[in-house]
Design a binder for this molecule. Structure first.
Ligand code: UD1
Ligand code: CA
Length: 450
């Protein structure tokens, strides 16, 4: 089949400069969600009708194999589909999706496709509050036409069965029907929904199909709608995680903006955010208020509350946080401890090494069983360029040490507290750079002048 995604509208009610279909739901543009649904059906062709926001919308989708059709000006959903006609394969049916209806399940789309047969099918739903949607007008039990809210009589507005916008249409007949659409209506638009009455008049069967859940068909027209759908999607994601055996301290207080893959016996405390692709191995525990983006955490690791971890790989049985910041291109081996107020960037830290308090480790290679004392800083930036620090195995770094990169600390070396290391430190020796301690006898603090 063909899938056409209508995504040209401006979305005035969003009150935003961003094209509507680029607003994000669970971290991905609305259009991405719709495209993923389309792809899941493995159609012959995918056509996206875009218009408002033009190149910005196109550029937001990197995928190949999409026919882009520009609709300008935007004269309505019927006009939009008409622009796509030449890109369609006539021999198969056409499924119309809306760029602003992002959460339809694949099973529902398959049901809609199955119902169309040689005719036409439309996805409808009964809403307690149908306002804003086109209403399904039936004659007896048969669908007769769709009337838009703005064109509906008071009696028609009382109808609670609404048009979700999703339809399957016989492609060969589309040119005829779309050519006959008028715009003599409240919005002066060519409504795709008017095709229903034309099909009925031509004796083509129109079947209405309902989704398993009403939320599958909710559209985004305002920030309120977007917020509502965000909660729906997060609730569904949390339910799925629980089904998979993940322990969630509160399923209403976890946000997954991407993919979260969990092993067995993973536990996640409240108010965590997972972005991009996050993998948590068996037995991983994530404390409250953590943000993880594009991270792999191996089995048995515990991330204490208030950690921010981005683009990193964390080994087995590590202890991270509380209040740790792990930045891109960081790789921690197993049994590594990164404690409170420690920032790690673009560094590898070997097995069993610890940086437990108040440190910055950037552009560094740290070996195994290294102890990084409190307040240790790798001075990786000279104001113009970044340089690397190498700390070999079994090194002990005293507190409040600065390592001015590029610099190397040899295996088994000890750095005395307060050292400012500007040259390499040899293996197995104590290196210390601080001045000798003196006591000035009889020294008095200055007194305040009267
Ligand atoms: C539309 C339906 C309405 C249905 C509702 C469901 C029509 C006339 N009305 O109304 O029956 O209940 O969706 O959400 O179809 N678009 C274009 N080009 C245009 C106009 C719109 O591509 O010229 C796209 C929009 O980007 C959007 C979709 O079509 O993705 C729907 O447009 P919108 O203006 O939101 O229609 P509604 O008024 O919500
Ligand atoms: Ca809409």
């Amino acid at each position: 089949m063909n899938v056409v995604i209508l995504a040209a509208g401006q979305g005035k009610r969003m009150r935003s400069d961003l094209p509507k279909v680029m607003h994000r739901l669970a971290g991905r543009p609305l259009l991405q969600h719709v495209l993923a649904s389309a792809r899941s059906l493995v159609p012959n062709r995918i056509v996206i009708v875009y218009g408002h926001g033009g190149d910005e919308v196109r550029a937001s989708i990197a995928e190949e194999g999409i026919a882009w059709v520009h609709q300008t000006p935007q004269l309505g959903t019927g006009h939009a589909l008409q622009q796509a006609l030449s890109a369609l394969d006539d021999s198969v049916a056409t499924l119309v999706l809306y760029g602003d209806v992002p959460l339809t399940r694949r099973a529902t789309l398959e049901k809609l496709i199955g119902a169309a047969d040689d005719g036409l099918s439309v996805l409808t739903v009964e809403l307690d509050d149908p306002s804003g949607y086109g209403r399904i007008v039936r004659r007896g039990t048969e669908v007769a036409r769709i009337v838009e809210q703005k064109d509906a009589t008071a009696a028609e507005r009382a109808i609670r069965e609404v048009n979700t916008g999703l339809m399957v249409l016989p492609t060969g007949r589309l040119a005829g029907w779309l050519g006959r659409l008028g715009n003599d209506n409240a919005q002066r638009e060519y409504y795709l929904t008017d095709v229903i009455a034309l099909a009925v008049a031509d004796g083509v069967p129109v079947r209405a199909v309902q989704p398993a859940d009403a939320w599958e068909t909710l559209g985004v027209n305002s920030k309120t709608d977007l917020a509502v759908l965000e909660r729906v999607l997060q609730r569904e994601t949390a339910a799925q995680l629980l089904d998979e055996g993940v322990t969630l301290a509160d399923p209403q207080r976890v946000d997954v903006r991407g993919e979260l893959a969990c092993g067995r016996d993973v536990a996640i405390d409240v108010n965590c955010i997972f972005e991009g692709r996050v993998e948590l191995g068996d037995g991983v525990q994530i404390g409250a208020h953590c943000v993880l983006r594009d991270v792999r955490v191996a089995a048995g690791t515990r991330v204490e509350p208030f950690c921010h971890i981005v683009d990193a790989e964390i080994g087995r049985n590590c202890r991270i946080g509380p209040y740790a910041r792990i930045r891109p291109a960081t790789r921690l081996a197993e049994d590594v401890h990164v404690g409170n107020f420690v920032e790690v960037k673009a560094s590898e830290i070997g097995p069993g090494s610890k940086a437990n308090h108040l440190s910055y480790i950037g552009d560094s290679s740290v070996g195994r069983n290294v102890n990084v004392g409190a307040g240790t800083i790798t001075c990786n930036y000279d104001g113009a360029n970044k340089h690397r620090t190498v700390i070999e195995d079994d090194v002990f770094i005293g507190s409040d040490t600065q390592l001015v990169a590029p610099v190397r600390v040899g295996r088994g070396a000890t750095l005395g507290a307060g050292t400012t290391l500007v040259k390499d430190a040899p293996e197995d020796e104590l290196t210390v750079s601080r001045a000798k301690q003196v006591t000035v006898r009889g020294w008095k603090r200055p007194a305040k002048k009267k």
